[in-house]
Design a protein around this ligand. Structure first.
Ligand SMILES: *Cc1c(COP(=O)(O)O)cnc(C)c1O
Length: 406
């Protein structure tokens, strides 16, 4: 097997896992690790939640899959209407796919075709931001931070997009404004991960940035796409990060925690005005996309069960408690050598170092202390399940402290 993001020649072999339960990963040799990552931010209710498991088992007996072209089914219809009810007003046309990257690709195609269908041919570029991560496919790599998207290595393959500084302060806001004056008429949309740029380094920005982007998009007639694949479903402390800024995007992208960490599923949700631009007597004006496993019924059943849990159980209160615990516990890391910054938002805790010299050794020490974390670049971070209790959180925090203490 070929492991992700891994130099296969030098990396330690992956750890064989035989079972997951709650916040625990059980390895083949019997060791148990406390999971501080929730499987790349997906398993927000902990692993093997019985309510999701039951829903998937029931659906498995009825219909594991059926094609979505020309057919539809209740799990998808129910999920679409629940998402539309949950999301800020106006976002109510749901297109399902099977991974975050593909859902972002769909958002990009929607945005470009929105303009084409209205007879405007030159708006085919995107504005994205330094620090951004939007996926690993070709189209999404081109809107990642140039290092994250490996723009240099793949120059010639990637379409050239506009990757600029977030308008955070007076200077960057002025530069953003100048940029728009010159280039807005060739731009289809601005795309942003609201409040937290995740895989690009767990970088936070203020709700003001989001308000500036919305205002600029309105002023220049651009679409605003919020990639909430990481931030959606409570991770930042509210259900969707754009709510904190009271900003409603034109297109929203969801995945990761959508099924509570059980199945691959993603959704691209558009405002009705976007959808309406595809209504036409011209078949060419239809949205030209359709993944084979689109709206997989098992995945939709899992997502519906996950939404039940958000409705029934006090998830956002749990996130607030986790946030407090992370802020208090990680604060002491500030005094440890080589720590550059400590930051917490919702159920995201980040310790940023000047650099990590020996990543492999660091990972081995974390595993030896009984925790599963996945530090990258120069950060060690926690994104636990929202159901994690204080004991496990404190164990994760103390593992981080111990690996940073000389
Ligand atoms: C993970 C992620 C993606 C890509 O999702 P995949 O399912 O891995 O393709 C896109 N955008 C953001 C913000 C993400 O965190």
């Amino acid at each position: 097997m070929w492991q992700p993001y891994t130099q296969m020649k030098t990396a330690d072999p992956p750890l064989p896992v035989v079972r997951t339960d709650g916040t625990r990963i059980t390895l083949a040799d019997g060791r148990e690790l406390i999971d501080g990552v929730a499987s790349w931010w997906t398993a927000c209710h902990g692993y093997n939640h019985p309510h999701i498991r039951d829903a998937v088992e029931r659906q498995l007996g009825l219909m594991p899959h059926v094609m979505f072209g020309g057919l539809t089914h209740e799990p998808a219809a129910v999920l679409a209407s629940r998402l539309a009810n949950l999301l800020p007003a106006g976002l109510d046309k749901v297109f399902f796919s099977d991974s975050g990257s593909v859902a972002v690709e769909v958002a990009l195609k929607m945005a470009v075709q929105y303009w084409l269908n209205r007879g405007i041919r030159k708006r085919h570029k995107f504005i994205a931001f330094k620090g951004a991560y939007h996926g690993d496919t070709i189209g999404t790599m081109a809107i990642c931070d140039p290092d994250e998207g490996m723009h240099r290595m793949f120059a010639g393959l990637l379409p050239v997009q506009h990757i600029i500084d977030l308008p955070r302060d007076e200077n960057t806001t002025a530069a953003f404004e100048q940029f728009l004056q010159r280039h807005a008429d060739e731009v289809a949309a601005i795309i942003i991960e609201p409040l937290v740029q995740g895989a690009g380094g767990m970088l936070f920005h203020s709700p003001d940035v989001m308000r500036r982007l919305r205002a600029a998009a309105d002023r220049y007639g651009l679409l605003l796409i919020c990639d909430e694949i990481f931030t959606g479903f409570g991770r930042t402390g509210v259900m969707f990060a754009c709510e904190t800024a009271a900003v409603v995007p034109d297109i929203m992208v969801l995945s990761k925690a959508l099924t509570g960490g059980t199945m691959a599923l993603a959704a691209t949700i558009a405002r009705r005005e976007i959808f309406d631009a595809f209504q036409s007597d011209d078949p060419q004006h239809a949205l030209m996309h359709g993944p084979t496993y689109m709206a997989n019924p098992l995945a939709c059943a899992a997502a519906n069960a996950s939404l039940d849990l958000f409705a029934r159980e006090p998830r956002l209160a749990q996130v607030a408690a986790i946030s407090k615990c992370l802020a208090a516990g990680l604060a002491e890391c500030r005094n440890l050598p080589r720590v550059k910054d400590v930051r917490v938002m919702g159920a995201i805790g980040v310790v940023e170092l000047e650099r990590i010299d020996d990543m492999q050794a660091l990972k081995r020490r974390l595993i030896a202390s009984g925790v599963w974390l996945r530090p990258f670049n120069n950060i060690i971070y926690l994104t636990p399940a929202f159901t994690m209790g204080e004991d496990d959180l404190l164990a994760l925090i103390s593992a981080i402290k111990s690996v940073l203490t000389p």
